[in-house]
Design a protein around this ligand. Structure first.
Ligand code: NAD
Length: 500
C-alpha cells in the first residue's frame, strides 16, 4: 500500500498530518517542488493552517520534473517528513500541499491560480540558477536560452494583450502570471523568494521586472506600474539542512509509516525562517510556527553567512586535513566544537545589531552540527571555496582588521583553505575538493615540491618566503588584493601552513 488519503486512517495519530488537506484551498502557489520546500515552507504553512484554523493550502508547481508531479498526485499530494534527531528519527505525513502541477503541462491552471484573488502569496525554491541573473549586474540575462525562448513566445502569442504561452522558465511564468493578474482585477500579491541568496527579494523583483520590460506586451508599462503598487518582494532568510533523499531514506520511511512513499524528505530538527515584514496582502500566520517577521533581514543573513556558513567552511578545510569525513565527525573529535565557538566569538563583533543573539546562535550551531544523523560531507562543503570564502570570511576579517582586532581563528581557517588548494598528483586538489578556479589556485603553489629531500634542501627562510608568496597569490585569486598586501595577515597565515 502507498501513502494517500485513504491510508491516513491506518496511520498512528502521531504520523498523521497536522491538517486534513481536504479542509484547505490553494491560497499559496509555490514554484520548485524540491526537498527543501517540502521540509520547510510546507511545514510552516501546515502548522499555520492548523493553529489559525484558516484554510491555507499550497498549489506546488514543479518547474521541470513531471515525475515529481505524477508521484505526488498518486499520493493525493501527501508525503512524509523524517526528522533526524540526535536520539533517533521521527516520521510523519505532511498535509499542506493540495495540488501538484507541472510548469509546462499545466500552464493554464498555473495562470488561473496566479490571477485568482484567492491566491495572495507566491513562494519559490528554484535554486540560484533558476533566476537567470547576469553575474556582473544581477539583472535578467536576456540571452539565457530559456529566457530568450520565453520572450520570443510572448512576442508571437496571439491576442492583443498577449501572454507568454507555455514558458519554460519560472521567471517567464511569474511575469506572465502577474500580467494576467493585473488584467483580471489586480489583487495585491506577495512573492517570497526562499532561495539562499543575499537580498533574495530584490534579486527576484529585478529579474521579473526585467522580463516584463523586455516583453512585447502592449501593456507592459501598466504591468510594471501596477507591480510597484501591488506586488511585494520581501527578503527572507531560510534555514534547515535538508539533504537529497536517498533510497535508504525511502526504505526507512516505508518501515516507519507502514505504507510506501514515493516522495519522502528528511531534515534536521532545527528550522528557522526570517521574513521582511512587507507583505502586500493576506498571508498564512507562519509566526504561529516560529517564523520571525522583521523590518530588516540583513543582520540575520550576515549572522547565518558568517557564523553558520563560516564555521562550516572552517570545519571543512581543517576536517579534511585531520582525516574527518563529516561535520559531525569534527564535533565528535572535540576540536570542532571549540572551533565553532571560537570562530563565532571572533566574528560576533562584526555583525550589525538587530539580529539573533550571537551566543545563543553559536550554541544552536554546536548542537546542530553534532547531530550524528546528519551526514554532511566536509568535501562537499569545501567545494567551490574560491566563491564561498570571500563572503563567508573575508568581509568579517576586513572589519576586524579595520578595528585593529586580532583574528586568529579566521587566519587559521584561511591557512586550512590554502592548504586544501594544494594540487594533488592526480591533477585535482589535495583532499578531493573541486573549484571552478582550481587551475589558477594550483598555479599559486608554483612548482610541485620534488619530495622530502628537495624540500629539506631549502633554507628555512626561503621556504617561509615561498609560503608567503603563495598565500599572497591565493588571496588575489579570491579577489582580495587588499588583504594580499597586508603583511601581518600574510605572515600569520603562512606561519600556520607547516603544522597543517
Ligand atoms: P532540490 O534539488 O530538491 O530541488 C530543486 C528545485 O529547483 C526543483 O524543484 C527543480 O526543478 C528546481 N530547479 C532547479 N534548477 C532550476 C532552474 N534552472 N529553473 C527553475 N527551477 C529549477 O533542492 P532543494 O534542496 O529543494 O533546494 C532548493 C533551494 O532551496 C536551494 O537552491 C537553496 O536556495 C534553498 N535551500 C535549500 C536548503 C537545503 O538544505 N536543501 C537549505 C536552505 C535553502
Amino acid at each position: 500500500p502507498w501513502l494517500n488519503l485513504a491510508a491516513l486512517g491506518g496511520l498512528a495519530a502521531e504520523r498523521r498530518p497536522a491538517v486534513d488537506p481536504r479542509e484547505l484551498r490553494p491560497r499559496v502557489v509555490h514554484f520548485g517542488l524540491g526537498a527543501f520546500h517540502r521540509a520547510h515552507q510546507a511545514v510552516y504553512t501546515e502548522h499555520a493552517a492548523a493553529r489559525s484554523g484558516e484554510p491555507w493550502g499550497i498549489a506546488a508547481v514543479a518547474p521541470r520534473s513531471v515525475d515529481a508531479v505524477t508521484a505526488l498526485r498518486a499520493q493525493d499530494c501527501l508525503y512524509s517528513l523524517t526528522e533526524r534527531r540526535p536520539a533517533g528519527t521521527v516520521t510523519r505525513a505532511v498535509g499542506s500541499v493540495v495540488e501538484a502541477l507541472g510548469l509546462g503541462p499545466d500552464t493554464a491552471r498555473v495562470d488561473a491560480l496566479l490571477a485568482s484573488p484567492d491566491v495572495t502569496v507566491l513562494t519559490l525554491t528554484i535554486t540560484e540558477k533558476g533566476y537567470h541573473r547576469r553575474p556582473d549586474t544581477g539583472r535578467l540575462d536576456l540571452t539565457a536560452p530559456g529566457i530568450a525562448a520565453d520572450l520570443a513566445a510572448c512576442g508571437s502569442s496571439s491576442g492583443g494583450s498577449g501572454d507568454a504561452g507555455s514558458t519554460v522558465t519560472v521567471i517567464g511564468r511569474i511575469a506572465a502570471g502577474l500580467a494576467a493578474r493585473m488584467r483580471s482585477g489586480g489583487a495585491p500579491l506577495t512573492v517570497v523568494s526562499c532561495d539562499n541568496m543575499a537580498a533574495n527579494g530584490a534579486a527576484l523583483e529585478t529579474v521579473v521586472r526585467g522580463f516584463v520590460a523586455a516583453s512585447s506586451w502592449p501593456d507592459r508599462q501598466a504591468v510594471l506600474d501596477w507591480m510597484t503598487d501591488s506586488v511585494a518582494f520581501p527578503a527572507t532568510v531560510v534555514d534547515r539542512i535538508v539533504p537529497a533523499t536517498t533510497e535508504a531514506d525511502r526504505a526507512a520511511a516505508h518501515t516507519a509509516l507502514g505504507v510506501r512513499d514515493r516522495m519522502p524528505v528528511v531534515g534536521e530538527p532545527y528550522r528557522s525562517w526570517v521574513l521582511e515584514d512587507s507583505f502586500a496582502g493576506p498571508r498564512p500566520r507562519w509566526e504561529l510556527d516560529g517564523a520571525l517577521f522583521v523590518p530588516d533581514v540583513v543582520p540575520y543573513q550576515l549572522t547565518k553567512l558568517r557564523m553558520l556558513n563560516g564555521s562550516h567552511s572552517a570545519l571543512a578545510y581543517l576536517g579534511v586535513a585531520a582525516g574527518c569525513t563529516t561535520i559531525a565527525d569534527t564535533m565528535a573529535a572535540g576540536w570542532g566544537e571549540r572551533l565553532v565557538e571560537a570562530l563565532c566569538a571572533e566574528v560576533a563583533p562584526t555583525l550589525p545589531p538587530g539580529g539573533p543573539d550571537p551566543a545563543a546562535y553559536a550554541g544552536d550551531l554546536v548542537e546542530r552540527f553534532a547531530n550524528p544523523g546528519m551526514r554532511h560531507l566536509l568535501r562537499q562543503i569545501g567545494c567551490d571555496g574560491s566563491l564561498k570564502v570571500p563572503e563567508r570570511w573575508l568581509d568579517a576579517l576586513r572589519s576586524l582588521r579595520a578595528a585593529a582586532a586580532s583574528a586568529p581563528v579566521l587566519e587559521l581557517a584561511l591557512a586550512a583553505w590554502a592548504n586544501a588548494t594544494r594540487p594533488a598528483a592526480d591533477g585535482g586538489q589535495l583532499f578531493g575538493t573541486t573549484d571552478p578556479a582550481a587551475t589558477e589556485l594550483a598555479s599559486c603553489w608554483g612548482r610541485l615540491p620534488e619530495g622530502p629531500e628537495g624540500e629539506d634542501a631549502k633554507g628555512e627562510d626561503s621556504k617561509a618566503g615561498d609560503s608567503k608568496a603563495t598565500v599572497r597569490r591565493l588571496l588575489r585569486v579570491l579577489g582580495a588584493a587588499d588583504l594580499a598586501e597586508d603583511g601581518t595577515l600574510v605572515t600569520a597565515v603562512a606561519a600556520r601552513l607547516p603544522a597543517l
